[in-house]
Design a protein around this ligand. Structure first.
Ligand SMILES: [Zn+2]
Length: 711
């Protein structure tokens, strides 16, 4: 009995952590695995008997739908789906196919599940006139099938082109506790209607195709894959998208593509043990797993300092922002006047800054601005070390990097970088295939060789860093060995940003015997505080990460960090006067702007009064939740009572925890000292990014605490 009771409680408590059930709706593509000359045509689909006979003839070409389509959109979408399915939930279970399902709109078969066995055909909605689309979709029963298909799913991604969207003949009946995300072109917006479900439409243009370096035809699938990769980093993302689909744009907008890259590293011998470890006691066994690395002899360079670099992505705030009135400083020019975290703190909250050339090149005037102020140091106004790299993610699709070594050497020198990274080429995802990976591997090493040779002969003054890429521990080790032999004293390892800690440690285990007592070793994009002891033990001396910063606004639950390692959820009080999706919904559903503004102001007033001990926690919570609970209001105004109650419970608990602990009053950082409770209000760039700065500060100080305790 006791055991049963415990299990039930655990399930109930875990509910918040549950992943939403996801359905992906995608379309058939012209390119197929097989193209026999006698493939099915539209005439075959019109007649069931004929269809059956003709399909028999084609049976040698039959395969499940998921494998039949080889068009870019389908391939990318399935890669995304497979990534999601490979991920694990907090309890160690895989997301699995029971959480992510795929249905495909076929212009021959209608709406079919991915495992439906089909034969090749040549029918597409794309070549039909509008009225033909409607009547053929009607014949195939697509509208009705779609209506049935979405039942029971929490989060539905719809990846359809114009004609396929029309074929759905929306709306179908949906529920207020569902969320739909559409990727669609501008002209198909009129065909989108999610009925009662919440929805977000991400419109796509040619500009997006180039921004995401993916042909328009495959972009919808590509974006799904980007999201899947982002879920790897932030396991709450699907829940967050489910609750607030409007964050989608931020998720896709804010980050360089590198963050989405899949890893193509194969660790065949590891796979088995990882699967075995998916038990509830996983954290413990993982720790034990990792512990064995500490039993290896320590790296010969372990006496070198550990340094934390933060990537530079224009993360700045208005120094003179007036929080009480939500007003910017007068006559502010965001580019020149806004300030970085290190300018607020005045003391270190990271050891260095990493500036990628692709980020510099993103805004045309940026390089000029940097030159105009006399170099990168003046531009970022930072007294510590500044590292430059090319940003290999920006040109991952190109056969060769678009830069040459001399040009990059000059660029680092002219802008005054302390460290400059050689030109590398990523070996991840589809670029880790045999045949491609060897070329990239050799190219990366050749570039490193030329880089250090010309660096020496031409007398540049910055410190050169050679990059190692690879696809298994041995290849990484060979690369590092070669770099040491070339004369590098600083080596960076790329392509591991998404790799589990244990696999990174396996790479390091192979790599570290080649290090000398003076070799510094950087890990690109890997910032994991709990892994620092292991990384240090195996010779890592620096790393870069924007994780703590970005969690402040991308993580709906754990967005305010503290020194104890405990995280809190900032209270959402969005601007009524800015046109956020949810405010728009409320206004459309008959809420008066004035009423909403009163609730907004009440909430702000309440949290500030609570901060000053002028009202009780219950009074404060009541005011906060009075506004907060509206924010979930579905489009048609009809509230699903169960969903509403659930959300209210979650938010009451999260906010009560925050208010009770008052972590902003404890925090010694300048931001919390200056703006206090404003740091835990989820509202606009000036609060959210400052909260990110605070998280960075916490990360840095926890790192320091660890490093000091070690000495
Ligand atoms: Zn703080």
């Amino acid at each position: 009995m006791t055991k049963l009771f415990e299990t039930t409680t655990a399930v109930a408590l875990n509910h918040i952590k549950q992943q939403p059930r996801v359905l992906v709706i995608t379309s058939c593509t012209g390119e197929k695995r097989f193209k026999p000359t006698n493939q099915l045509t539209i005439e075959d689909f019109k007649d069931a008997k004929k269809l059956s006979e003709r399909s028999q003839l084609l049976s040698e070409f039959s395969c499940p739908a998921a494998q039949m389509y080889t068009g870019l959109q389908h391939m990318r979408a399935m890669e995304g789906v497979n990534i999601l399915r490979s991920l694990r939930q907090p309890d160690g279970k895989r997301f699995g196919s029971y959480v992510v399902d795929v249905k495909i709109i076929s212009a021959g078969y209608g709406l079919i599940p991915e495992d439906r066995v089909i034969v090749p055909y040549s029918v597409t909605f794309n070549s039909m006139k509008s009225n033909e689309v409607c009547s053929w979709a009607d014949f195939l029963g697509i509208h009705e099938a779609f209506k049935q298909a979405v039942v029971g799913y929490d989060l539905v991604f719809v990846l359809l082109g114009d004609k396929y969207l029309r074929a759905l003949n929306l709306p179908v009946e949906t529920h207020t506790n569902q969320t739909f995300i559409f990727f669609a072109s501008n002209k198909s917006i009129n065909y989108i209607d999610s009925d009662k479900a919440k929805s977000e439409v991400f419109t796509l243009s040619n500009a997006d195709a180039s921004r995401f370096s993916c042909a328009l035809v495959g972009l919808k699938g590509h974006l799904l894959k980007l999201i899947a990769n982002e879920v790897r980093e932030n396991s709450d993302l699907l829940q967050n998208l489910y609750r607030e689909p409007e964050i989608l744009k931020d998720v896709l907008d804010k980050q360089p593509n590198q963050l989405y890259l899949p890893l193509g590293i194969s660790f065949s011998k590891e796979k088995k043990s990882r699967v075995k470890n998916q038990t509830k006691s996983k954290p413990k066994s993982t720790e034990e797993d990792l512990h064995r690395f500490l039993e290896l002899r320590p790296a010969v360079n372990k006496h070198l300092q550990m340094q934390y670099f933060i990537p530079e992505w224009d993360d700045k705030v208005d120094a003179g922002y007036v929080f009480e009135q939500d007003k910017f400083s007068p006559n502010r020019n965001a580019y020149t006047d806004d300030i970085y975290a290190h300018e607020i703190y005045g003391e270190r909250n990271y050891h260095g800054i990493l500036v990628s050339k692709v980020v510099v090149d993103k805004r045309k005037s940026k390089k000029n601005d940097i030159e105009a102020v006399g170099g990168i140091r003046n531009f970022v106004r930072f007294p510590g070390k500044i590292m430059g790299d090319c940003g290999a993610f920006g040109y991952i699709k190109q056969e060769e990097p678009p830069y040459n070594t001399v040009e990059i050497l000059d660029y680092y020198e002219q802008l005054g970088f302390n460290y400059g990274v050689s030109i590398d080429h990523l070996i991840v995802g589809p670029f880790a295939q045999p045949g491609v990976r060897e070329k990239r591997y050799d190219l990366t090493l050749r570039n490193a060789e030329e880089f250090i040779r010309k660096h020496d002969s031409r007398g540049y003054t910055f410190t050169p860093i050679g990059v190692a890429q690879g696809w298994n521990p041995e290849k990484y080790a060979d690369a590092v060995k070669a770099l040491v032999e070339m004369g590098y004293d600083y080596i960076a390892i790329g392509g591991l940003a998404r790799t589990p800690t244990k696999e990174i440690l396996e790479v390091l285990q192979e790599v570290y015997p080649h290090l000398t007592p003076t070799t510094r070793l950087h890990l690109f994009g890997v910032g994991r505080i709990e892994a620092i002891p292991y990384f240090r033990h195996l010779g890592v001396t620096s790393f870069d990460s924007a994780g703590p910063l970005r969690k402040a606004w991308f993580d709906a639950v754990n967005n305010y960090h503290t020194m104890s390692g405990k995280n809190y959820a900032a209270v959402r009080i969005p601007f009524v006067d800015k046109h956020s999706q949810r405010i728009k919904h409320l206004l459309e559903n008959g809420y008066e702007r004035e009423t909403l503004k009163l609730l907004e102001q009440d909430a702000l007033f309440a949290i500030r009064e609570y901060d000053k001990d002028k009202i009780s926690i219950d009074d404060a919570l009541n005011k906060l939740l009075a506004f907060d609970e509206l924010l979930e209001l579905p489009r048609n105004g009809k509230v699903n009572p169960a969903a509403k109650a659930r959300r209210l419970r979650q938010h009451t608990q999260m906010y009560r925890e925050l208010l009770e602990a008052r972590p902003w009053q404890e925090c010694k950082c300048k931001i919390c000292e200056q703006i206090g409770v404003e740091a835990v209000i989820f509202r606009g760039n000036d609060r959210n990014r400052r909260r990110g700065f605070h998280n960075t500060y916490i990360f840095y100080n926890r790192l320091q605490e660890f490093l000091n305790s070690e000495n």
